[in-house]
Ligand binder design. Structure first.
Ligand code: SAM
Length: 281
């Protein structure tokens, strides 16, 4: 059984390996996310002048949106476990000329900020990858000012997220996959009914609301679906990398076959359901 430190190290390595993919496709994901970054900023109560924290910033969202919302006079500190992801967000901030967005390498479970530093916090698709999400929640609460809000998004149950399960479901035919451990970091770790609310409350948040915000992911073609999903889905990459080219071709053919009902005029549309929570300190 790996220790929490080993699990965190595995996450760091997995996401660092996916950083180039996120740099390439992060904007595609954002365009397809139903303005989730905007929703998170609203739910966190971001206002001009605020000092805000974004955790697990990956390729830079919702950090970048938040940096726009806190102007004039406000700052956003974007943090991520992976130095490679931090570098991606830093490059993005430079490209966009955002001088109020700082980016730091940091584990959400061990924040180095003093108590009551931030007016608001956000985390999009990061909490479920923490080996100890309750510790992360309690750290986030600690660094918020009293009355400040934390807004987060995680993925709902696998059956509502075929964009991910279409590959995962078939992959097991090609490579032995360990049975999913509900207590280990993973895409659907916080999906079971009540689990996200339980984790936030266990972290000390008093008031927590959770809502599903269904979205539709659109890919130009089956080949683009494959390219994007194998680039972004860090947990799948290692398993696919262990297969021979011949096996990968077979896997791809099986996945494409299973996606046929979702293709019209070559374009692939797949439903996805983010579970979104707002919590008040
Ligand atoms: C799916 S990406 C989400 C990136 C971005 N927030 C977005 O929604 O586009 C997950 C990110 O969580 C980060 N992550 C995983 N475990 C973490 C931890 N313990 N602390 C901080 N970040 C973590 C990964 O490095 C990765 O960048």
């Amino acid at each position: 059984m790996p220790t929490p430190e080993e699990l965190t190290g595995q996450q760091r390595a997995q996401w660092s390996a996916a950083a180039a993919g996120w740099e390439k496709w992060g904007d595609w994901f954002d365009r397809n996310s139903g303005n989730l970054a905007g929703w998170l900023c609203d739910a966190a109560g971001l206002k001009p002048g605020h000092t805000a924290l974004d955790l697990a910033c990956g390729a830079g969202q919702p950090s970048v949106t938040a940096a726009g919302r806190v102007r004039p006079g406000g700052r956003v500190i974007a943090t991520d476990l992976s130095a490679d992801m931090v570098a991606v967000t830093r490059r993005k901030a430079q490209q966009l000329g955002l001088d109020n967005l700082d980016v730091q390498e940091m584990d959400a479970q061990a924040l180095t900020f003093p108590d009551a530093t931030f007016d608001a916090a956000t985390c999009r698709f990061g909490l479920m990858f923490c080996p100890d999400p309750v510790k992360a929640a309690s750290e986030i609460r600690r660094v918020l000012k009293p009355g400040a809000r934390f807004a987060t998004a995680v993925w709902d149950v696998p059956a509502k997220n075929p964009f991910f399960t279409s590959i995962m479901g078939v992959l097991g035919e090609f490579v032995p996959l360990p049975p999913p451990d509900p207590a280990a970091p993973g895409v659907f770790r916080l999906a079971p009914p009540g689990e996200l609310e339980r984790v936030l409350k266990a972290g000390g948040f008093g008031s927590v609301t959770v809502e599903a915000r269904p979205i539709m992911l659109t890919y130009e073609s089956l080949d683009q679906y494959w390219e994007i999903q194998t680039a972004l889905a860090a947990p799948l990459r290692a398993a696919i990398a262990s297969l021979s080219a011949e096996k990968v071709a077979q896997l791809k053919a099986r996945v494409f076959e299973s996606l046929a009902p979702n293709v019209a005029g070559g374009v692939v549309k797949l439903a996805a359901v983010p579970l979104c929570a707002a919590a008040i300190k």
